[in-house]
Design a protein around this ligand. Structure first.
Ligand SMILES: Nc1ncnc2c1ncn2[C@@H]1O[C@H](COP(=O)(O)OP(=O)(O)O)[C@@H](O)[C@H]1O
Ligand SMILES: [Mg+2]
Length: 308
């Protein structure tokens, strides 16, 4: 398990490096970051729990983890973890706070970026605000290996932008008709209008392994027939009372009940995701993710309907 880490980067503070970075370009401190958007369209399917618990598992596997809370729902990341965010990305955009100042520490050294109310107006930001936000991320003095984005319910501009900007899209579904149709609608919009081709399906709240597999084949059969996508099965997280209890206690279940069925499943999923290839150094940096996020509307040649 990872304890707190040193935030200083001696290699970045050399005079040589600083000289190189001065001038027009801002200093880039980050290496490539694996960005994963956790989606599912329907509220209550477990997106926030999946985000928080996978984040904790990734940290345990030795990664520096950042978790961006882009969900305006009731149980935000900070609520689930018993933390309180006073500020969010809105305050970074307005210049009232630096990115470092809004980041809160979660369990196992996870860095949480409260984005929630900031993301709702991403589409309306001015050019100067875009530049400021990209710079804030490029100058961030925290190492990040994995960025998980807990997206909102529905298929809003913000959900589309985050999914498009991420390298991988994880779709959380449970075995209810509304969850299945919502997940399908999300996959359809992202693939047909925005060029996203690959989706990782995570079945949540299933009663056993078989139900998870059946749920996956229900979705993939339809999606692969009617859409130009590839759906990959990431596995299942069982319905687990321990998870409910941990939500009430405001701790991640992998922390409060590490031996529970849900926790063991989260660890299995995290290990699989941990083996996904890293993005290449050139395009994988955090500031490029933010850039893609901000310009998602006029990016990639897809349909740009709904973007301001
Ligand atoms: N694997 C699970 N087992 C039992 N209950 C679950 C599980 N996943 C989610 N839940 C329940 O569903 C609720 C909603 O989960 P949440 O992660 O907040 O969903 P979302 O972010 O998609 O709205 C949780 O508070 C919890 O009670
Ligand atoms: Mg949520």
């Amino acid at each position: 398990m990872l304890e707190s880490h040193d935030n200083q980067h001696p290699e970045d503070s050399s005079p040589e490096k600083r000289d190189q970075a001065s001038g027009l370009r801002t200093m880039t401190r980050q290496g490539p970051v694996k960005v994963i958007a956790v989606t599912g369209a329907k509220g209550g399917v477990g997106k926030t729990n999946v985000s928080v618990n996978l984040a904790a598992c990734f940290a345990e596997l030795g990664n520096q983890v950042m978790l961006m809370d882009a969900d305006l729902g009731l149980a935000n990341v900070d609520v689930l973890l018993g933390l309180h965010a006073n500020y969010d990305l809105r305050h970074v955009i307005s210049g009232e706070r630096t990115l470092e100042e809004i980041i809160i520490d979660g369990p196992r050294g996870i860095k949480i970026v409260p984005a929630a109310s900031g993301v709702s107006r991403m589409a309306e930001l001015s050019n100067a605000e875009h530049v400021g936000l990209i710079r804030a991320f490029s100058e961030l003095a925290l190492p990040v290996d994995v960025l998980l984005v807990d997206t909102a319910a529905g298929i809003s501009d913000s959900v589309v932008s985050f999914s498009k900007a991420a390298q991988e899209v994880l779709v959380v579904v449970c075995d209810e008709p509304t969850s299945i149709t919502d997940a399908y609608a999300l996959i359809k919009v992202l693939s047909r209008d925005h060029g996203v081709e690959r989706f990782h399906i995570l079945a949540n709240m299933v009663k056993d392994k078989v139900q998870g597999e059946q749920l996956f084949s229900k979705i993939s059969r339809v999606a692969e027939r009617f859409l130009d996508v590839s759906l990959l099965y990431l596995g299942a997280v069982p319905f687990d009372e321990q998870l409910r209890k941990s939500v009430q206690r405001q701790v991640a279940v992998v922390e409060s009940a590490p031996r529970s069925k849900a926790s063991r499943a989260f660890h299995r999923v995290a290990e699989q995701v941990n083996n996904w290839p890293m993005p290449d150094a050139a395009s994988g940096k955090l500031e490029f993710f933010v850039e893609r996020l901000l310009y998602a509307g006029d990016y990639g040649g897809g349909n740009t309907e709904g973007f301001g």
